[in-house]
Design a protein around this ligand. Structure first.
Ligand code: ZN
Length: 121
């Protein structure tokens, strides 16, 4: 009987992991959508310019949660990779922020595509 319970619990644990991973990926995407909205607001208020760093976007909201600058699957703070555009205005589909863990991106126009573009774009 004990062996059966252990087997069922082990199966449930390994079966549940992908669901947990999916939840974190969805939460990561939601954070990138928030970042994209803040980026649009920033560019609107700053003549189309980009912030010097990602955390500068936090000045737009009264009390921003510091967790939005990091992927929920990455324990490091500010784990999102920020690409500061140099050399003029970037293309609309240039990558602005990328998550190392999930490969999801926020583009320069503030959008977060369902399918991330190929790396290096
Ligand atoms: Zn992520």
């Amino acid at each position: 009987m004990t062996l059966l319970i252990v087997a069922v619990l082990t199966f449930a644990f390994f079966k549940a992991r992908p669901l947990w991973a999916h939840a974190e990926s969805a939460q990561c995407r939601a954070r990138l959508v928030t970042v994209g909205g803040l980026l649009k607001a920033w560019r609107g208020a700053h003549e189309g310019n980009f912030p010097a760093d990602l955390e500068s976007l936090g000045t737009l909201v009264p009390s921003s949660d510091p967790a939005i600058w990091a992927c929920p699957s990455d324990p490091r703070p500010s784990s999102y990779e920020y690409y500061f555009p140099t050399g003029g205005s970037p293309a609309k589909d240039a990558v602005f922020v990328r998550c190392h863990v999930h490969g999801q991106v926020c583009l320069a126009d503030g959008s977060v595509p369902r399918k991330a573009p190929a790396k290096g774009k």
